[in-house]
Design a protein around this ligand. Structure first.
Ligand code: ADP
Ligand code: MG
Length: 423
């Protein structure tokens, strides 16, 4: 096969009228162009250098090793200084283009053309100046950036010719390929590591909040218990009149409310979120929250529009937690529109077995950079914010096996999409 490629090439050289006695002059790239190409092949050149020195024995033998790109341009050359000097007159210089048109029979263009290892020995060359030379080229094609192609080639004396060179070149090409793959996998692992590290930071912050919350809850519940006890005592007194009973009732219900708030806070801040779930009609759950937030919204010149289907949307969930999510999202939306505007809260049931909730505002929006951070605990841009709202939302939604997605455009507004699986 090799021979027939060479023979066909010889035919073409004759037809082109190349003179076998004249040493051809290759086109040589401008320095800028060469630098750019070398930059693209940077990794490959670096690794080839490493492996070629290990696998091929320069120094002992008159050998020149060239790395070319897929257009037969010599990007790099290795070998003994003296030999590199002596091959210059053959046009073997950095940036030289080893095309068949100018250079006649040469292994670089043949290997690229046929995508096979090629050797050309002595008189097989078209030009007589190469009659004492042996050339070997092995093509390569590495993945990445659209596939990087080129050749690894050796020029030596006919006297020194051996097929071992082809084997050596193949070994280098293969080793470089494996190394490139390893580097790519390493990069992926690095990225994964980074993501994991970030998540660990997030969950560590959470467990810290959990501990804080548990201690905090204990401290609040203690006085609550004694206040409740004293109220009980006061209620049992004979002098209590009708008005007092009303006041006591208010105090007791307010105390119950504080107790519940504390419990809820611990519930969301604790690493293990409550898993109590029941079937609830989300249409009502969200509806209640919209009504609940409406008065505050009006104070801020914000209108909340609720779009829900006509029929019930049942979901196995913890309704208090879903309410908490809605509260945080609506609160944020209101705060994002200091000059007022409209919030759309939409509920819908997807055919794909998901319930989706959308909270959309017309506020200032956020940059991509900010979008990545807002779900993290303690990230806030507000003077009085504590940056826990959205991270609590994320935690709750993830505990419902759901997802949160943020669509936001700076200056246009933000939409939070929540997807919850029904099954
Ligand atoms: P906080 O209430 O303390 O701001 P959150 O977790 O609720 O904490 O939100 C974190 C940050 O995300 C906010 O400080 C704000 O910068 C940004 N953010 C949240 N919701 C919106 C929104 N609807 N529009 C623009 N920015 C928002
Ligand atoms: Mg908030």
């Amino acid at each position: 096969m090799n021979r027939s490629y060479v023979a066909a090439c010889r035919e073409r050289c004759i037809q082109r009228g190349l003179d076998p006695e004249i040493i051809p002059v290759p086109n040589v790239l401008a320095v800028n162009d060469l630098t750019e190409r070398k930059e693209r092949y940077h990794d490959i050149l670096e690794m080839t250098n490493f492996f070629a020195n290990k696998l091929l024995f320069f120094g002992k033998y008159p050998v020149v090793l060239c790395v070319t790109d897929g257009q037969a341009v010599i990007l790099d050359m290795y070998g003994d200084e003296g030999i590199l000097q002596s091959v210059q007159h053959m046009g073997l210089v950095l940036g030289a283009v080893y095309r068949e048109q100018e250079m006649g029979i040469n292994t670089v263009s043949l290997a690229l053309e046929h995508n096979k290892p090629i050797k050309v020995l002595g008189n097989e060359h078209y030009h007589t100046y190469l009659a004492e030379s042996a050339c070997y080229s092995v093509p390569f094609c590495y993945e990445g950036r659209g596939g990087i192609t080129g050749t690894l080639s050796i020029l030596t004396t006919l006297e020194n010719a051996t097929d071992m060179y082809l084997g050596g070149l193949l070994a280098v090409v293969e080793s470089v390929g494996r190394e490139l793959l390893l580097r790519k996998q390493n990069q992926k692992l690095c990225m994964l590591n980074q993501i994991l590290e970030e998540q660990i930071i997030v969950s560590e912050k959470f467990s810290a909040v959990g501990k804080l919350a548990a201690g905090f809850a204990h401290e609040i519940r203690n006085p609550l218990t004694s206040i409740s006890g004293f109220i009980q005592l006061l209620q049992e007194k004979e002098t209590v009149d009708y008005k007092d009973i009303q006041y006591f009732e208010i105090i007791r219900s307010e105390l119950a409310r504080i107790n519940k708030l504390v419990t809820d806070f611990v519930g969301v801040a604790k690493p293990e979120v409550s898993t109590v779930r029941q079937k609830h009609d989300l249409k009502n759950v969200l509806g209640e929250m919209v009504v609940f937030m409406q008065s505050q919204a009006l104070l801020c010149k914000v209108e909340i529009v609720y779009q829900a289907p006509d029929t019930s949307v049942f979901l196995e969930c913890n309704d208090m937690q879903i309410k908490q999510v809605m509260l945080n999202l609506i609160q944020n939306a209101i705060e994002a529109m200091p000059d007022g505007g409209q919030i759309i809260v939409a509920l819908s049931e997807e055919e794909t077995g998901f319930v989706s909730i959308r909270v959309q505002d017309e506020g200032g929006g956020m940059t991509e950079e900010k979008k990545k951070k807002v779900l993290q605990p303690f990230f806030t841009t507000k003077e009085n914010g504590c940056g826990l709202g959205l991270s609590v939302c994320l935690r709750i939604i993830e505990n419902h096996q759901g997802q949160i997605e943020i669509d936001s455009q700076k200056g246009k507004g933000t939409t939070f999409h929540i997807k919850l699986p029904k099954g």
